[in-house]
Structures are given as C-alpha cells and as structure tokens.
Design a protein. Structure first.
Length: 377
C-alpha cells in the first residue's frame, strides 16, 4: 500500500523546458561563472563550506530562475576524485591506535547512526511519502556528494537528496558554529587550515595523490563499489596516508575548485524546476537537521561519562555537520580534536561504504516479502 505524499515529486531534470540540456561550452562557462561567484561571496562572508555551498546555492537559484548551466561528466568525475583524495588524507598512521582508545565513543557513534537513520528515513518515507530509495539516502547522514551519487545509482532522485543534505548541512554548520561563537568568540574558516598551496606541495606528494585518483577510480569501478569516483580515490588515499608515505592533502586551490565544480554540477540538476516545488523539501531537510542535533545532544549527555570523554567533544563528534568545521571548533575549545575528526571520518566512511550495501539487502528482502505475499493470489 502506498503512502500519502506531502511533497510534490520534482519533474525530470529540464522537463519544464523540453528535456535535459546538452552540455555545451557556453553552458559550462555560465555554470562555472555562477558557481565561482557564489563560492567567492560565501568565502568573503566567512561561511563554512563556502565554495561548495556558495556554488550550490547560487547555481540552484539560477536554475530555478530559468538558467540552464551544465557541467561535463568528465570534469565532475575528476573533481569528485579530488575530494575523495582529500577525505582519505584525514586517515593518519595514528588513527588505528586511537580507535582502540575511543572504542566506547565509536560504539556510541554507530548506535547514533542507526537510530538517527531509522527515525529520519521512516519519517521521510512514511510521514511525507518519499519513495524508498530517495528517503533512505536523504536520511543517511553522509555528505552531499556521496549520498547524491550513491542514491542516483539506486534510482533515487539525486536532486531531492541534494536539497535534503544541503538543508541539513546549512542548518548544522550555521547553528553549531554560531553557538560556540557566542560562547567563545570562535571563527570557523572556509577551507582546511593545514591545506598547502599548489606551489608549496612537494612533487612526490603531488604525484602520490594524483596516483590515488588515477588508480583508485578504475579499480573501484571494476570492483563495482558505490560512488566509485569518490570511494576509490578515498580508499587509496587512506591507505597511503595510514602507511605514512605522505601526510599531504590536496592543495587548497584544488579543493576550492573541486567544491565549486561539484556544487555547480549539483545545482545544475534543478533546471526546469520551480521554486514552489523546492521549498517544502528545504523545510523538511531543515527539520531533519534539528532532529539530528537534538539526538546528538541527547547521546552526548547520556553517554559522555560512560565513554570517558568531554560531553562537548562527544557532541561535536556526533553532530553530522562538516568534518572540518566540527574539528576546528574542537581545536579552538582545546577538546580532543583527533577524536572529533576521526569519528567524523568514520561516520562518512561508514555511511558511504555501508549505506548502499544495506539498502541493497533491504531492497532484496522487501522484494522477497512482496513476492511471497502475492504467491497464490
């Protein structure tokens, strides 16, 4: 039996203007111009995740207003690989030993992810009537790119997933830093503070990271890993960083460029969709962010003493905002930054790697139950 829809389904990309646009040079230049402008504006404002969210919001607004920006698939794939290498660089040789020390906090994180996903996904599917795949990947507290790509490969509407996660991240990275800014006068930068310039990156480190992207993507495709352009480079990057071969991360110029391209590509998917169709999804996404923050606070209060960590540190480790932003707040407060950063890396990796597999298992179970219930009918 179907569930009542409280959200109007979005039309296919470009439906209102005659179908999806071809990716042309003019549309690419226009899209990147809008994305760079939005990212630069957000960066000047000191907003967290400025280049990604600024590009996403600017290009989405332009698309909803009738513009038809587009990003070539090859360019998007390359930049997604850059972000994968960046995520992998967060894994250091010390992390393996730290995980053993933080075993209790890791267990709380895993429990938190299961409970949070179950509540949010159930609300999205049964409460507002999203289809199963879109609700599942919209409620999985991973990153925008990871969940949009994984959901798209399972037949979900990546634009809805993008709206839901963009709303979640916007609300959390606005509320949490604002909360700590009020208490401690902290400022959260827009890019990783330890990211070097392209000119300052050693040649060996640069070649190693490029190799992670070049090798990781095709290997992940051969192994049929979800979101191969992101997961493959991330796993290879994590391997070389945990082995101690390099401690470098992609230069900040490349990180900013990758954020702009990915944000622009996501925003370009809204061509032909009216703002009237979109705003209810933004409200639902913001509501899910509030639920996640409340559950994070509750888990920190209940379990911090049991796992032997500061409640504020556990809150920062659990709340599904940006890894960089939460880690920087922990650093400014003198809390265990390594724990906060490591748990966020584990959250992203766990969701990215496990969520598609779990969804496939659930789909097969649901199909089998449906088949059994219709036998003999």
């Amino acid at each position: 039996m179907g569930h009542k829809r409280l959200l109007t389904p979005l039309p296919p990309p470009g439906d209102a203007v005659g179908g999806p646009p071809r990716t042309t040079v003019s549309r690419t230049v226009a899209g990147l111009g809008i994305g760079i402008s939005g990212g630069a504006l957000f960066a000047l404002m000191g907003a967290p995740l400025a280049w990604m969210l600024g590009a996403l919001i600017a290009v989405t607004a332009a698309s909803l207003s009738g513009a038809r920006p587009a990003i070539p698939a090859t360019l998007r794939t390359v930049m997604i690989a850059v972000l994968g290498v960046m995520l992998g660089s967060a894994f250091t040789p010390e992390i393996a030993g730290h995980i053993a020390v933080w075993g209790g906090a890791v267990l709380v994180l895993l429990l938190f992810l299961v409970v949070t996903m179950a509540l949010v996904v159930a609300f999205l599917q049964f409460g507002v009537g999203m289809d199963r795949a879109t609700a599942y990947f919209s409620g999985a507290p991973g990153g925008i790119t990871e969940m949009a790509l994984a959901g798209e490969s399972h037949g979900a509407d990546s634009r809805v997933i993008t709206l839901m996660h963009a709303s979640r991240i916007l609300v959390i990275v606005a509320v949490i830093p604002f909360y700590f800014r009020v208490l401690g006068g902290l400022e959260v930068p827009t890019l990783p503070p330890d990211a070097a310039s392209l000119l300052d990156t050693p040649v060996f480190d640069a070649l190693l990271m490029v190799g992670c992207g070049i090798v990781g993507y095709p290997v992940a495709r051969v192994l049929r890993l979800p979101a191969a352009a992101l997961v493959g480079p991330m796993l290879f990057s994590a391997g070389v960083h945990m082995a101690g071969w390099t401690a470098a991360s992609p230069p900040f110029e490349l990180i900013a460029a990758a954020q702009v391209v990915v944000g622009t590509a996501l925003g370009a998917r809204f061509a032909g969709v009216s703002i009237r169709r979109v705003w209810p999804y933004l409200l639902v996404g913001a509501g899910s962010a509030v639920v996640m923050m409340a559950l994070s606070w509750l888990a920190a209060v209940l379990f911090a003493e049991w796992v032997g960590v500061d409640p504020t540190g556990l809150l920062l480790a659990l709340v599904p905002g940006g890894l960089v932003e939460m880690g920087l707040i922990a650093l400014s407060l003198g809390i265990d930054t390594a724990m906060v950063s490591t748990l966020h890396v584990l959250r992203i990796a766990a969701i990215m790697l496990a969520a598609p597999v779990v969804f496939t298992i659930l789909e097969r179970y649901a199909l089998r139950r449906w088949s059994d219930s219709h036998k003999g009918s």
